[in-house]
Design a protein around this ligand. Structure first.
Ligand code: NAI
Length: 377
């Protein structure tokens, strides 16, 4: 496959997610960083892009200049990654799709359900790929769990229990730190704090493994640090279209939990358990039998899990290689080989609908509400 040209917006020096994208996109030699508008500070962004090897005329001051600069080039970028703060995702993603670029947008894809529907429509009309970075779904052993569910190895799924709870915003004396405070300020973060930040990863994962969609939900939100306008803890019960019962806890005040993302899937004939801090193993318990440890890289895994495992058994693979798996499938899709499992704008939209449903439910004392986007009802 010829190398594809890649452009990045946001993800500047010192950003949280920027390095994972750069490692991921370039891990397999599919993409070369050819253009960027990396930082809200134009000069910093231009200088950093050039240090990363981008030519001076493609190290742009902002995304508008990048759109204009790339639009008419013969060697224009094949894919644009949007790794800026949430409130900018919609306008950047929409503008690049409309100009005929493929886009990988960070989550949450938009700030509202209406914007999410607009992105789904624009992506469809443009015929371009719009993916959303639900990168945890690209861990090999997560793909193995989905394969096991699809092939009936644990029977019909009765129950999914998932958590994405950490304690990094649990210090009340640090609540005014500007890097923390904006996440609980509706003007900056939107209608939801912790659920929109981390909870949607867990909800996407539940849908991904179950191969099913969330239909209704009931939410309890709490601002356990009382100065916070948006929730820092949420418990969300949900039901999937196929009848699966879901329980989701997400928190940023769970002191002692580090990354804290795990999922358990309970079927009629077995259970599965995976945690992001030990991503190379799945615990599998057939009904009436002992728990087995399944290991990334071992013989007998599904083709999909084997394809996405890169280094030998027992050698750790982690977050940047899960992001790399998203880029592998993007490179294939851009070259006309669509890949099952790539998270798309439709997944991004479903998350926004779940966020709005959870906010409505929490305001209504946990009333059950429809969690589907209007476009998919
Ligand atoms: P951050 O605040 O650490 O970095 C943001 C970067 O974007 C900075 O370099 C900043 O200068 C740049 N930027 C801001 N506005 C810009 C603009 N208009 N044009 C160009 N650059 C601009 O933020 P972080 O944590 O890296 O998050 C970025 C996005 O990634 C968020 O939407 C977040 O939700 C998402 N994220 C996703 C994760 C995942 O697991 N998929 C994990 C962490 C973050």
């Amino acid at each position: 496959m010829a190398k594809l040209n890649w452009g990045m917006i946001g993800g500047g020096e010192g950003s949280q997610i920027g390095p994972a994208h750069r490692l991921g996109a370039q891990a397999d030699g599919n993409f070369v960083l050819a253009a960027g508008a990396l930082d809200v500070d134009a000069e910093k962004g231009r200088a950093y892009a050039q240090r990363l090897g981008v030519a001076a005329d493609r190290a742009y001051a902002n995304w508008e200049d990048m759109l204009e600069g790339e639009r008419n080039r013969d060697d224009r970028v094949d894919l644009v990654t949007v790794a800026t703060p949430n409130s900018t995702h919609f306008e950047i993603t929409k503008a690049f799709l409309e100009a005929g670029f493929n886009v990988l947008c960070e989550k949450p894809m938009t700030m509202t359900v209406e914007e999410g529907e607009e992105i789904v429509r624009v992506a469809k009309a443009s015929g371009r790929i719009c993916a959303v970075n639900y990168c945890y779904s690209a861990y090999p052993m997560v793909r193995e769990m989905r394969h096991m569910v699809r092939t009936g190895q644990i029977g019909k799924i009765r129950l999914i229990v998932t958590n994405f709870s950490h304690g990094h915003h649990g210090d009340a004396t640090d609540a005014d730190n500007p890097r923390v405070r904006w996440r609980y300020d509706p003007k900056m973060a939107g209608v939801s704090g912790q659920f929109a930040d981390c909870g949607i990863h867990a909800m996407h994962m539940a849908s991904f493994i179950a191969d099913d969609q969330v239909e209704t939900l009931s939410a309890d939100f709490a601002s356990t640090i009382s100065s916070r306008e948006l929730e820092d803890d949420a418990m969300v019960n949900f039901r999937m279209q196929g009848g699966t019962v879901g329980r989701l806890w997400t928190s940023s005040v769970a002191i002692g939990r580090q990354h804290g993302f795990d999922i358990q899937v309970f079927g009629e004939t077995g259970g599965l358990r995976w945690a992001s801090e030990q991503p190379n193993q799945v615990l599998y318990t057939p009904v009436g039998d002992r728990t087995q440890i399944m290991e990334k890289g071992e013989a007998g895994l599904s083709d999909e899990a084997a394809r996405l495992s890169r280094v030998a058994i027992a050698h750790p693979e982690g977050f940047p290689l899960a992001v790399a798996n998203i880029y592998v499938d993007l490179a294939a899709a851009i070259s006309g080989d669509a890949r099952d499992g790539l998270p798309t704008a439709e997944d991004g939209l479903r998350s926004m609908a779940a966020v709005y449903a959870a906010v409505e439910s929490a305001k209504g004392n946990g009333a059950w509400v429809d969690a589907r986007p209007p476009m998919f009802r």
